[in-house]
Design a protein around this ligand. Structure first.
Ligand code: NAI
Ligand code: MG
Length: 357
């Protein structure tokens, strides 16, 4: 059975960076690749940021690769038509409950980090954030008037055992493909949901993942440890709120938006295959769109995550990461990561260099 991939380049720099990914995919071979529209591009062609046909395709393929959506051209559209709605619908209908955000530091860029170089050189951690539950979605919620004339804002942190176990399983499975260590993060000291989180993750680890080293950490300490000594971590699994904060913190350890990939995973089917969407963390960068200036590496590294996590083609993922490393070491850099004294290259030239490496 051939591996099916749906490519959705989107808007702005999305098509520019995705064109480089497409060249790598074609070079690797073995994929049945379809390409379609999302975001503003889909709105212009069909009057909706995501057609039902494209949604159905996304549900049918083994993995979706997305560039970026949005831009000033569509900013004045009503909310339902906005490009971002296309992406939100993909995430919702594919039920992507686990968001994977790696923080990977390439040697050549370690100098650029705001932290001391030796703290981040060789850094390779993965944050798994629960994406569809927790305090952002829990009931009751709202703002209510109190009899004494005050008002009260309410959000509720809720997690069921099912929600905890399924995201923990993603983290344990990832750890097996990495350094076999999981750190589960909550505030079991002050939150009931955190206590349940800790118990359930521990029970799953004991029952099914004895080969993975499991530790637990309070979220506030984790924030401190990420800045103090980030290399102590391999996989971190945490809830929606803590993951929102900790993944942004970890991202900045690496320096540039143009280097950050991500993945969002859904439930596994009977064969163990998960719905999956891979995309760079950055947006459509209207300020540099159409100028051959965008760094394609975030999107290329998203492809590498796809190979590793959707297709068990880890050797090729390693190869792509090594190629990126070589290119950076050779001083071939786009404008966003260029060091003083270097001449920046364009998107296409960066793609050429990675392909050649
Ligand atoms: P952005 O990530 O598009 O750009 C922020 C800054 O980083 C810009 O100066 C841009 O030039 C630079 N940058 C981003 N990616 C780069 C790359 N690959 N290489 C070199 N430089 C890069 O965020 P911004 O400006 O807030 O949003 C622009 C548009 O993108 C908006 O319409 C926004 O809604 C949309 N957006 C879409 C996302 C998605 O599709 N997942 C995520 C974030 C924003
Ligand atoms: Mg955030």
């Amino acid at each position: 059975m051939s591996s099916t991939v749906l490519i959705l380049p989107g808007d702005g720099i999305g098509p520019e960076v995705m064109a480089q990914v497409r060249r790598l995919l074609d070079h690797l071979g073995g994929f049945d690749v379809r390409e379609d529209l999302v975001g503003g591009a889909a709105y212009d062609a069909h009057g909706t940021p995501l057609t039902d046909e494209t949604m159905a395709e996304a549900m049918a393929v083994d993995a979706v690769l997305l560039g970026a959506v949005g831009g000033p051209k569509w900013d004045t559209l009503p909310f339902a038509d906005k490009p971002e709605r296309g992406l939100l619908r993909l995430r919702k209908d594919m039920a992507l409950f686990a968001n994977l955000r790696p923080a990977l530091v390439f040697d050549a860029l370690a100098e650029a980090s705001t932290l001391k170089t030796d703290l981040v050189r060789g850094l390779d951690i993965m944050i798994v954030r629960e994406l569809t539950g927790g305090v952002y979605f829990g009931d009751p919620r709202g703002i209510e008037d109190l009899p004494n004339g005050e008002r009260r804002g309410i959000n509720t942190q809720v997690y069921t055992t099912h929600e905890i176990v399924r995201v923990a399983r993603v983290a344990f499975d990832l750890a097996r493909k990495r350094d076999s260590r999981v750190c589960s993060v909550e505030k079991a000291n002050v939150m009931e949901s955190g206590l349940l989180w800790r118990e359930e993750v521990q029970a799953l680890g004991d029952a099914e993942y004895n080969d993975v080293a499991l530790s637990h950490m309070y979220a506030d300490n984790c924030a401190m440890q990420l800045v103090r000594n980030p290399k102590q971590f391999d996989v971190i699994v945490t809830d929606n709120l803590f993951g929102d904060l900790l993944s942004d913190c970890a991202a900045m350890l690496t320096g540039s938006l143009g280097m950050l990939p991500s993945a969002s995973l859904g439930a596994a089917d009977a064969a163990g295959r998960r719905k999956a969407l891979y995309e760079p963390v950055h947006g459509s960068a209207p300020d540099i769109a159409g100028q051959d200036k965008a760094n394609p590496m975030a999107c290329i590294l998203s492809l590498s995550m796809m190979l590793r996590y959707s297709f068990d083609r880890g050797a090729e993922a390693d190869l792509i990461e090594a190629a990126c490393q070589d290119v950076l070491n050779a001083g071939i850099r786009t404008g966003d990561i260029v060091a003083p004294g270097m001449t920046p290259v364009g998107t296409r030239a960066m793609g050429d260099a990675v392909l050649a490496a």
